[in-house]
Write a protein that binds this ligand. Structure first.
Ligand code: NAI
Length: 316
């Protein structure tokens, strides 16, 4: 079977090749789009990361396609329903980033609560070895962290928060009450969590049902001065509503690793990330040495197991 990989940097291609041996695989650094889909026209299997948007048009242009292995946990960039109608299976990497992303979420939180990044930039520019009034931060201890989505990442966020002696409230479609008891936190409904959180952090996948889960209607229900952290998916937050919430100082700051429309950068995104109280990063929460190694290992296993007739980590 012919496998074509997209979005694999050169350095990683050699590692993948070692995993695959002499099998029929080829690699491209670029994302898969309608303009370069001919590169995959003979593929039985394709593997992509999150910037290749595998819509109906692309899927239809790969006639032999049987399997899509995304090198990510999230799979909202793939039209899984349409793939299913054509008998195409989709796999993901379910667990590579559960500590990685949780740690990064706290990186954003600490940068907002203690202005570490802003102070670093200021200090390097000025060599002024004095703390200034704007550098005053706040303790996490005793603050309420609202976690939306307590899957693998959200659970690690809860554990880290407990280390900081924060109060944790959580909302999930499928609450894990045993885990909450063991880790001394409480599940509440969505509106209670967003109304009571000092810091709100999103850890759900993006699905059709939760598009703009954070929007104009519920931002006004939030505690004045709340901080919003999003390391999940940009589409969970209505960008315009977030800018308005920040302008109106309902939201004191935002830590964003993901933006609506991702790399198809909009003027609105540009405005958002340049706001002084926004800490933004280019979708890199997953990006550690350990997580990349785990992604490559699981993606290879997903493909080999599919070829051997034992598909694993199927999401559709
Ligand atoms: P998971 O599948 O283990 O957990 C997701 C949780 O969200 C589940 O408990 C589920 O019941 C809950 N959920 C789903 N829809 C919900 C809704 N509408 N309302 C409330 N709860 C809902 O997923 P995991 O591994 O924790 O990852 C979460 C998300 O983080 C991924 O789907 C992905 O989009 C994002 N992610 C971002 C990365 C980055 O680099 N920024 C890297 C890895 C994941």
């Amino acid at each position: 079977m012919k496998t074509v990989f997209f979005e694999v940097p050169k350095a990683r291609q050699d590692i993948f090749l070692k995993f695959f041996g002499n099998e029929n695989v080829s690699f491209y650094e670029e994302k898969l789009t309608e303009n370069n889909v001919n590169l995959a026209k003979d593929a039985d299997i394709i593997s992509v990361f999150v910037d290749s948007h595998l819509n109906k048009n692309i899927i239809d242009k790969i006639p032999n396609l049987k399997f899509i292995a995304t090198q990510s946990t999230g799979f909202s960039h793939i039209d899984c329903e349409y793939a299913s109608t054509k008998g195409i299976k989709v796999s993901n990497v379910p667990a590579y980033g559960s500590h990685t992303v949780a740690e990064f979420a706290f990186g954003l939180i600490l940068n907002l609560s203690r202005k570490i990044s802003d102070a670093n930039v200021y200090f390097k520019e000025t060599l002024d070895y004095n703390y200034l009034p704007w550098m005053e931060g706040f303790n996490l201890e005793g603050k309420t962290l609202g976690i939306i989505g307590t899957g693998k990442i959200g659970k690690n966020v809860a554990k880290i928060a407990k280390g900081f002696e924060m109060n944790v409230l959580a909302y999930d479609l499928y609450p894990d009450l045993n885990f909450a008891k063991e880790n001394n936190f409480t599940y509440k409904n969505f509106s209670e969590v967003i109304a009571q959180a000092d810091i709100l952090t999103l850890h759900t996948p993006y699905t059709k049902e939760n598009y703009h889960m954070i929007n104009k209607e519920n931002i006004i229900m939030m505690k004045k001065g709340v901080y919003l952290i999003n390391t999940a998916r940009g589409e969970l937050v209505d960008t315009e509503a977030l800018i308005q919430g920040l302008d109106q100082k309902i939201i004191a700051g935002a830590g964003l690793d993901v933006l609506e429309n991702g790399k198809d950068f909009t003027a609105l995104n540009n405005r958002l990330i340049k706001m002084p109280n926004v800490m933004a990063s280019p979708h890199m929460a997953f990006y550690t040495h350990e997580a990349v190694a785990s992604i490559m290992k699981t993606t290879t296993e997903n493909i080999k197991n599919f070829i051997a007739g034992r598909p694993e980590n199927i999401v559709n």
